[in-house]
Design a protein around this ligand. Structure first.
Ligand code: F6P
Length: 536
């Protein structure tokens, strides 16, 4: 069984070895790649060799991953701190049965899915209308998992978007809802309030604002609202008819919820058929995750590469770099998925973690990132493992030449990160440009790229609904595997609670109803300056 010390020792032992050296062996690329369906995952441009891979695979075996995976898919309550099962996979594997507390949950999942499809069709075709006629705009009000998934997916699947326009409001900053509602016609707008709990302050505040906006023009504002929630009592109290409430169970985590009711805005945008194609792609990834041996299992391999770089080599961040413009919101989505899931400092049993928690995840689509932060990735003092995502083809046949340029840039970046440029090479280039002496030496040093910087590439043919579903399921399972290996609960999020509580307690201080006794000096001084700036 591999220990964390074994992994760190291994990382230290190979730290100065150049990744490029590993390519002296001819077949490294296929040997350090894995394929499934439309996907090729290439992790050959990392410092992982056979010995390291064996260590990592043993780490996965020793973590009890196979049993924990079976427990998750089987409906066991693996979210122990909340006493809940974790069954987002049931939302996309619509056949069969899954028991939770001895009850088959699938008939209800299928019934809700059918109701969603019926409602989505009616909205798209005009069978359900606003009080001014056919729905032209849908506004999804939600935050975190009730926003990031559908918003990211609607952008990703823009070529399939043939329903009404979709807008997403999340921030409690009034500017957000103001700018979205401005220009919309209340009489032809459907507002979807997406909130698992139906208590989230940002969402409920925005929902109330939207209802007041609707009420100014429409006789029965509640009739143009739908709700996606586990809390049927609260949706009824808000005035939304049960026929437009789409419920789900507590075993769907917020950040894992776009496959069910929380995906309603997406379903209205692209239609139930393309939505189901997305589910099919995700279900195929689920089956692969359950069945493929660890050494060929994409989610397991992504997780092990992540563990190697973060807990093994000590690289604290991971850049996600989609060379696919429509995945522009993927890094933001993955920030919640990964950091809310695996940003934990204690293991399942409450003991301190022996290693660092999950990485800081960030990124932007290529090539935009190249003209912004790649400087640091290439020449900064810290190493940032990079994950490239690349579509071989775009959806715009008449712009194929642009897509080829995009692809060339992606491959060039991973090559440059690995190869780098030595001082000798930089000196030769600057000598050719006519420099010599001390100036040559000085200028050449600025043009050195240390290289040997690790990256992986996930290649797929084209961002279809099916491929997209597979990508997101891949990342979900990767987060699960990392969490199992770290021994943490990836499905709770206690770390978001304290700030929420303190924000509520600060309202009276900001309104001037309380002096803020018990608050620290900085918070009190800032509150008092804000009151003054607001003329209070
Ligand atoms: O505050 C974090 C969180 O609970 C997320 O996990 C969740 O996705 C988000 O808030 C929104 O919650 P809800 O869907 O209940 O409004």
């Amino acid at each position: 069984m591999t220990s964390w010390t074994d992994l760190k020792d291994r990382a230290a032992a190979v730290a100065t070895r150049r990744i490029a050296e590993l390519f002296e062996k001819d077949n490294r690329a296929p040997e350090f790649s894995a394929e499934f369906g439309p996907f090729l995952f290439d992790y050959s441009k990392t410092n992982i060799d056979e010995g390291t891979r064996d260590l990592l695979l043993a780490l996965a075996e020793g973590s009890g991953l196979a049993a924990k995976r079976a427990a998750m898919f089987g409906g066991a309550k693996i979210n122990e701190t909340e006493g809940r099962a974790v069954l987002h996979t049931a939302l996309r594997n619509l056949d069969g049965s899954v028991l939770v507390d001895g009850q088959d949950v699938m008939p209800e999942v299928r019934a809700t899915h059918a109701r969603m499809a019926q409602f989505a069709r009616a909205v798209r075709a005009g069978g359900y209308t606003g009080q001014g006629g056919k729905i032209t705009d849908v506004v999804n009000i939600g935050i975190g998992g009730s926003d990031l998934g559908p918003a990211m997916a609607t952008l990703a699947l823009a070529p399939y978007h043939d329903g009404p326009r979709c807008h997403f409001v999340s921030n409690v900053d009034g500017a957000h809802i103001h700018d979205v509602l401005k220009g919309l016609d209340p009489a032809t707008t459907l507002v979807i309030v997406a909130s698992k709990t139906f208590t989230t302050i940002e969402t409920m505040t925005n929902a109330a604002t939207a209802k007041a906006w609707m009420a100014r023009d429409v006789a029965d504002p509640g009739a143009q609202f739908a709700a996606l929630s586990t809390a049927a009592d609260l949706t009824a109290a808000f005035g939304i008819d049960a026929s437009r409430v789409f419920g789900f169970a507590d075993w769907v985590g917020g950040r894992y919820s776009m496959w069910g009711p929380i995906g309603l805005s997406l379903m209205i945008a692209i239609g139930p058929e393309d939505f189901d194609a997305m589910l099919k792609g995700a279900a195929a990834m689920d089956a692969h995750f359950r069945e493929a041996p660890f050494a060929q299992n994409l989610p397991v391999l992504l997780a092990l590469v992540g563990i190697w770089h973060n807990q093994g080599c000590g690289h604290a961040t991971r850049a996600v770099l989609p060379y696919d413009q429509r995945l522009a919101r993927l890094p933001a989505y993955l920030q919640q998925l990964e950091m809310e899931s695996n940003g934990k400092r204690v293991s399942m049993d409450g003991a301190d973690l022996a290693v660092d928690s999950g990485p800081v995840v960030w990124g932007e689509p290529g090539t935009n990132g190249q003209h912004a932060f790649y400087q640091l990735i290439h020449q900064g003092t810290r190493i940032v493992p990079c994950e490239f995502l690349l579509a071989a083809e775009g959806h715009e046949p008449d712009l194929a030449h642009q897509h080829l340029l995009l692809v060339a840039n992606c491959l060039a970046q991973s090559e440059a990160l690995m190869r780098g440029r030595s001082l000798e090479e930089a000196t030769a280039i600057m000598t050719q440009k006519g420099l010599s002496g001390a100036e040559l030496e000085r200028q050449a040093r600025h043009r050195v790229f240390p290289g040997s910087r690790p990256s992986t590439t996930l290649l797929y043919p084209k961002l279809t609904p099916e491929v997209f579903g597979g990508i997101i399921a891949l990342y979900e399972h990767r987060v699960f595997v990392e969490g199992v290996i770290l021994g943490i609960n990836s499905f709770d999020q206690w770390g978001v609670e304290l700030g929420k509580e303190l924000a509520l307690a600060l309202a009276p201080v900001l309104e001037g109803r309380s002096e803020g006794a018990g608050k620290d000096g900085s918070t009190r001084a800032l509150a008092s300056r804000i009151r003054a700036l607001r003329g209070m």
